[in-house]
Design a protein around this ligand. Sequence first.
Ligand code: UDP
Ligand code: MG
Length: 317
Amino acid sequence: MKLSLIIPCFNEEGSIKLLYEAICPVLDVLSNYSAELLFIDDGSTDHTLSYIQRFAMIDPRVKYLSFSRNFGKEAAIYAGFIYAAGDYIGLLDADLQHPPEAIINMVHALEEGYDIAAARRIDRSGEKRFYSHCARQFYRLIHHLFQVDIVDGAQDFRVLKRKVVNAILNMPEYNRFSKGIFSWVGFKIKWFDHENVNRVAGTTKWSFKKSFSYAIDGIVSFTTMPLKISFFFGGTASLCGFFYVLYLFLRTIIYGVDLPGFPTIVSLILIMCGIILISLGIVGEYIGKIYMEVKARPIYIVDESNLGVNSNEKDFN
Ligand code: UDP
Ligand code: MG
């Protein structure tokens, strides 16, 4: 049996060596598997790639793929899935926030018959209060409003069976929202709870702005519910407008014309324009996504690799 571990790295020179050293003993424990470490260098501008190349020189298990620029973690995960050769395929961060020793139990869970073994963190220590509050509310919103069930605290840290990865590769969409995709494909999952671990070096690549647009992307790429909500608001507003006109009409007939309600008109115009513009924005968001999908640009471009891949080959499926 073959085990592939995919590690997306973006400017991780401070932690990548520690990570490699932490993974080696794990692979020794899992010595009945022939292992492959697949580093995906997501356009790092520091020495991450030269570290990886040094590992590859001394360790034939190390494979790497280096992107021509930063394409984002989702693209790195996708590329990893394409080139991973294993029967079991693991995914972990390069900053040691995903303790490699947990992989041993995850692999055992797959041996027991589960299809996915995934980590779930039970706290959000080390994160800014406001940030973790927003993150939690976002997942609750997704959970309540939309069909996609994303478990709170679920992480990308997981080991998957080949069939799960094949299912994911059958979703070659441009806007990739991994958390949604992982849950959308289904399969039997076993959760491993663990406490939050802080990064060993460097800083997180997630600013509040980046997380916010990730949240919008996640919603838009997984559900059309916002369109329905704007339809609902539009419908309600028209209905109110209709009754108001009816009321004005009857009042004029019964009591005659009185002073025109200037403030009423202004506030109605403002509210209605607001609703229209928000709805347009929502529609625009979807059209933008369609535009990106229709262009069908490659999700990543490979610059360098020891896998015999130089240019971008769109060989999914
Ligand atoms: N990462 C990546 N491309 C990016 C941003 C992040 O490959 O554009 C990698 C990063 O090197 C790390 C993992 O994705 O291995 C998680 O990133 P980070 O630690 O910044 O996210 P967090 O743990 O804070 O969610
Ligand atoms: Mg991290």
